[in-house]
Design a protein around this ligand. Sequence first.
Ligand code: FMN
Length: 196
Amino acid sequence: MDIINERRSIRKYRDKPVEKQLIADIIDAGRAAPSAKNRQPWKYIVFGGKAKEEMLGVMADGLSREENISASLPESKAGLPDARNTLRIMREAPVIILVLNTNGTSPFIPLSADDRITEICDTLSIGASIQNILLKAQECGLGTLWIANTCFAYKELTEYLDTESQLVGAIAVGYPDESSVQRPRRPLDEIMEFRF
Ligand SMILES: Cc1cc2nc3c(=O)[nH]c(=O)nc-3n(C[C@H](O)[C@H](O)[C@H](O)COP(=O)(O)O)c2cc1C
């Protein structure tokens, strides 16, 4: 419970590299997560140094296209300033892990109800895996940020990765350079209902 309660989204990182072995250890914790039909539909691609800069340049291109030329998510345009801020944080973090659903398809392709249910199950499985990673990172003294704002550069990033898998987000990892109190949580009696 201590690790669960002490974890925070970290948006400021120290200028200190993270050992590859430590990254492998936290992803190994992600591997232990439950998954629908044990499909384990996750893949983690780790970026650091020049490779990270190049990948984030691709994400920046996607955000610029979204802002100026043709928005692929026009109803989410209000989220673009936040996405810019997330990109700035990603540039400062020493490590960015892109998260793929290997069983998923592009969100721009419509799905049948059956396939949508499968996708929900796979997304939940990946969420469980990501949370394991965040908690293991916390135990190792690392800070993390779970990121969904990669969605605005979906096309650019999946082309860059040369993948047919679904990009579900990213995780920033590094040594934290901030401490904060827990953001407000909804009260237990509001989110829980006993019927017995
Ligand atoms: C699926 C998901 C996507 C998120 N995407 C972003 C993001 O793109 N940028 C960002 O700064 N924070 C992002 N967050 C972090 C949330 O803002 C954060 O978890 C929430 O405000 C609660 O704060 P805490 O993590 O410190 O408890 C995301 C969190 C989740 C679970």
